[in-house]
Ligand binder design. Structure first.
Ligand SMILES: CC(C)(COP(=O)([O-])OP(=O)([O-])OC[C@H]1O[C@@H](n2cnc3c(N)ncnc32)[C@H](O)[C@@H]1OP(=O)([O-])[O-])[C@@H](O)C(=O)NCCC(=O)NCCSC(=O)C[C@@](C)(O)CC(=O)[O-]
Length: 257
């Protein structure tokens, strides 16, 4: 049996998913995609998991699609199969996902970073939408990257394929922060703790809310949002949070359904 390329560990409510294929810079081979998708399913469905961290071994977070596997073959099997499913799993997971980058990301790897809720990298991490440089199109990743990036930067970086640094990635909305390597884990832990403090159902609903199409005007949305807000105020979770506030204690969140 081939060695595992993705490791899955749960400690104290955090599922850590580690890409471990450093020899090809965690390129998205068929095996890695399959294992990553399985790990994301486990994390999404395990009540004990509150937050997911997506990280890596080796010098590179992810070099994008496996270009060696993509040689030859036909349009249906060039390495992009199942990749949309992974982006969908990251984007729609009921648990918040934090990307931890101790190194660069390219193309499909950036698509995954963009699909995560929070992304933290070291200042040395570099990024490039290198697709056009090899004659392919950032089609799938456009679906997760474009909602994050400011349009001017998206046009420049998608069309030129230029490499940009972590500081610019923060400026354009791809990363939340860039911190020295020695502080990377503390920064990830800071986000994980903050995310785990929220009510699980409220977090899942808030995450879904962030992805909804916008209403044309606030007036169009008030009625629906009043219903959603009232539902959560009346929910077991909402009532526990409100009681905990009154009693000056931390809420005891009930497990998710
Ligand atoms: C990532 C750095 C900067 C690290 O740069 P580095 O750390 O200097 O590593 P390296 O370039 O020396 O590479 C180390 C090994 O990893 C391999 N490797 C490296 N990348 C890949 C890859 N993607 N697929 C398969 N193998 C890869 C590379 O071939 C080499 O293997 P060796 O020569 O030792 O046998 C550099 O390796 C690099 O630029 N890699 C190519 C990145 C790239 O062009 N990716 C495009 C992927 S296409 C894609 O993702 C399409 C998609 C999904 O976006 C389409 C869509 O959205 O619709």
């Amino acid at each position: 049996m081939a060695d595992e390329l993705v490791h899955y560990d749960v400690v104290g409510g955090t599922a850590t998913i580690t890409l471990d294929s450093p020899h090809n810079r965690n390129a998205l081979s068929a095996q890695l995609r399959r294992e990553l998708s399985d790990s994301l399913t486990k994390a999404a469905t395990d009540d004990a998991v509150r937050v997911i961290v997506l990280t890596h071994t080796g010098p590179v977070f992810c070099a994008g699609m496996d270009l060696k596997e993509a040689r030859g073959g036909s349009a249906g099997d060039q390495g992009v199969n199942e990749f949309p499913k992974i982006l969908e799993q990251l984007w729609t997971s009921p648990k918040p996902v934090v990307a931890r980058l101790a190194g660069p990301a390219r193309a499909g790897g950036i698509g995954m970073v963009a699909a995560c809720d929070i992304a933290v990298a070291v200042p040395e991490a570099t990024f490039a939408f290198s697709e056009v440089r090899i004659g392919v199109v950032p089609a799938i990743i456009s679906l997760t990257v474009l909602p994050r990036l400011n349009p001017r930067a998206a046009h420049e970086l998608f069309l030129t394929g230029d490499t940009f640094d972590a500081r610019r990635a923060v400026e354009i909305g791809l990363l939340n922060s860039a911190v020295p390597a020695a502080e990377l884990d503390a920064e990830v832990t800071r986000f994980v703790k903050a995310l785990a403090a929220g009510g699980p159902k409220a977090l899942a609903e808030t995450k879904a809310l962030l992805s909804r199409p916008r209403f044309a005007t606030p007036s169009e949305g008030f009625e629906e949002m009043l219903g959603l807000s009232a539902k959560f105020f009346a929910s077991e979770e909402g009532q526990e949070g409100i009681l905990a506030f009154a009693q000056k204690r931390k809420p005891n969140w009930v497990p998710q359904d």
